[in-house]
Ligand binder design. Structure first.
Ligand code: KG4
Ligand code: ZN
Length: 358
């Protein structure tokens, strides 16, 4: 079964064609356009700007993904490429998957309404996808799913979310906890702004942190050692803001602040993930989301998990930040088509808060 998947929850516009084979989820094509350069100038996302950009990208991005899925060179100005793409969609694609939440309402509407129109007009099944779960399912791409051992802990660590989930089966999970305020990536981006690092700041903060071995500065890891699986990162942002206030920072000072910031985030994230794995006798840990691209985080979590005999999986770098391939992966893991009339953008879609015995 071939799926055309669409992702527009934040500032990326993604389309992919995926299918399931013996090696897990196979990505046939994956296209993404981002408006992050525009947001870099303003130091963060302006939601309406992001959505307006997505309106201009959506059809070309879908077209590119469809053409690429049939091996058609998309760099050339193919005559009639939109007709060709439509033919592929009609004849080669079995279903359409789309992120329906959580995310920015304007951005979500672009993807959801486009997918609904395609589903309605071409009579294709439509699968609404929970964006956060797809960050975990990015690990099923090019991976023998049946070899991944359960129960497992899923760590979603992105620009908008930091959550821990306990999976007993591939599509059966319990939410353990999440951030009470800013997400890890959001904290990195906001601290980056204080340091005049372009949005999104996570990658540059990581690169700057790599230059430092040991810093004189240290920031508090919020909720470190607490009994819950909740996170909180807004206090860290406030602490860094107080630290930089009135200081004339040189490049080395900025590198040190990046190091200390990253250390504080990683420490608490790793501690809680490992604690969840121990308490729930997990055999695997799956991480996902933009911040899971962070090499230092991956190294730390791997070391700690090895000590308790747990295997860690992380997506390939191109499937860490927002992309449509992971949306396709999630739709195949939990294939549940809905009538297009029932599908709507749900910006507040999240997880149920359940009482967990720690
Ligand atoms: O998953 P994502 O693309 O969007 C959301 O769903 O939120 O995550 C974006 C986040 C941004 O906050 C960005 O700064 C962060 O991922 N990020 C990183 C790295 N690459 C991207 N954070 C730390 N280290 C990285 N290498
Ligand atoms: Zn995301």
């Amino acid at each position: 079964m071939k799926i055309l998947s669409i992702e527009t929850s934040c500032d990326e516009t993604g389309a992919a064609v995926v299918e399931r084979d013996v090696n897990g989820i196979k990505v046939i094509s994956n296209t993404v356009a981002t408006s992050s350069e525009i947001h870099a100038k303003t130091g963060g996302i302006i939601p309406e700007k992001a959505a307006r950009e997505q309106l201009t990208y959506i059809i070309p991005v879908i077209t590119k993904a469809l053409l690429a899925s049939e091996g058609i060179d998309t760099s050339k100005k193919t005559k009639d490429k939109y007709n060709l793409a439509l033919d592929i969609l009609k004849n080669k694609i079995d279903a359409i998957a789309v992120t329906n939440g959580p995310g920015l309402i304007g951005s979500l509407l672009v993807g959801v309404e486009t997918a609904k129109t395609l589903s309605f007009s071409l009579n294709k099944p439509l699968i609404p996808v929970h964006h956060l779960l797809s960050h975990i399912s990015a690990n099923f791409i090019d991976n023998h799913i049946e070899k991944i051992e359960f129960p497992l802990i899923g760590l979603i660590i992105s620009g908008g979310h930091t959550d821990l989930l306990l999976y007993t089966k591939v599509n059966d999970f319990l939410w353990l906890g999440g951030t009470r305020d800013d997400a890890a990536g959001e904290a990195l981006d906001k601290i980056g702004r204080l340091l005049k690092i372009n949005y999104p700041a996570g990658r540059e903060i990581e690169n700057r942190a790599k230059k430092i071995n040991n810093s004189k500065i240290s920031f508090k890891s919020p909720l470190l050692g607490s009994s819950s699986y909740d996170f909180s990162f807004s206090g860290l942002k406030a602490e860094v803001a107080r630290y930089v206030d009135g200081k004339n920072l040189n490049e080395e000072d900025i590198d040190e602040i990046c190091y200390a910031t990253q250390k504080a985030i990683i420490q608490v994230v790793v501690e809680k993930t490992i604690k969840a794995a121990i308490n729930h006798s997990a055999k695997s840990i799956l991480i996902g989301g933009g911040v899971s691209a962070n090499q230092t985080l991956k190294e730390k979590i791997n070391i700690e998990a090895k000590n308790i005999g747990v295997r860690v999986y992380s997506p390939k770098i191109e499937y860490c930040t927002d992309n449509a391939a992971m949306i396709g992966a999630q739709s195949l893991i939990d294939f549940d088509p809905k009538d297009w009339r029932e599908v709507r953008a749900q910006p507040e879609l999240y997880f149920e808060r359940k009482n967990i015995i720690i």
